[in-house]
Design a protein. Sequence first.
Length: 470
Amino acid sequence: MSFVFLYFVLCFSSSIFILPSSSTTITLSLSPITSYQNSWEFITHIAKTTLQRAHHLKHPKKKPTSLSHLHKTSTTPLYPRSYGGYSVSLAFGTPPQAIPLVFDTGSSLVWVPCTSKYTCSNCTFSDVDPKNITTFKPKLSSSSKVIGCLNKKCGWLFGDDVTGRCPGCRPGLRNCSQSCPDYLLQYGLGATTGMALSENLDLPGEVVHDFFLGCSLVSLQQPAAAGIAGFGRAPNSLPNQLNLKKFSHCLLTHRYDDTPKSSKLVLAAAGKVTSTSELIRGVKYTPFRKNPKLSPYDEYYYINLRKITVGKKQVKVKIPYKLLAPNVNGAGGTIVDSGSTFTFMDRPIFEPLVKELVAQMGHVRRAHNVEAQSEFGLCLNASSSRNISIPELVFHFKGGAKMELALGNYFSFMDDVGALCLTIVTDTGPAVAGGPTGPAVIIGNYQQQNFYIEYDLEHQRMGFKKHKCG
């Protein structure tokens, strides 16, 4: 199977709410993740990994290609983490074993570091001894089962290619004992590989049986000591396995440390949702766009970005129309990805945005030396930026939803180098032959801070509302 590695490990220390038709709620937590002491070193590293993540989402290598388990609403804490992401703790097995996982809407497989022999090559964990990584141990679980080749869930990994990978298991052959081939998944520069298991997912007050779980034995170049909770749109994602009608979150502000504070990730099953989502008034929605059929673009959350405005005069940044909507090959369009830290934009969008920001700020001095040493396309000299007014930045979506970004959501002050840098990045390498491919805009979690964001799967729409998280 193919490795899918998430270079960015997002840790959410907030809660996940799964709202059932009943009034019962289950609460979990999402948290942010941090790893560097030097802010310049860390933030430039984040910019590089954002670009690596964007390159993977835009130019993925071949990836492997319904349950109605959830009856209640669960709330899980999301924790911000030092490496620029958010994590959630989930428990698998009988008895349950709790494992911290990266919250990722840009991929679908839920996988955990698995067995006492789990290894991670060229991985860097600033605050965790590799020998102390929390791993899931199937031999300690009475409910752990290996997925067989004839199990339809094996096809979730390999699609139509599953027959070729299981030559000893022809359709209709009932006594085939061959297990589903190992998966190999790539997430940018890193990867993970392992076997497919059927396990119990233990949520507060609710046990989900026969949950499809990746048991990773080896990983490569992973930035955090955690697995991944895939919240994408493929059949093997957590929302699809639980048959969720909705999930939502509100991300705490990045502190680039492993704060014990968390915010809530709300998972809602069928029935009227009567908790957090109804307490936040004025949510505006935009419909999901129809996904390209080409994998893995088919598992991303595409939304309708209509325009970007800069300043109180709302100067419209011109975006080439072909970049607003994805074509059948996956080129163009906007996706929302919790697994990316900073927002990525293709150069035809990024360059006019920077030009307009600079024009409205007047005689500001750019820190070209800082730009040259990093992946940031716009950095301002701190001494010259203290007395200037930075124009507001707003993303407008079809249906009236919009993200009115606070200054801290799109600029970051780096006192090490005395610069204020735009936390939106673009590909600075040579142009790809044939023009841009993959999503033109990838909205990262840094821009999602202090926004209530709702994935309404039942009505195929996404909601936004500026909100003080936590």
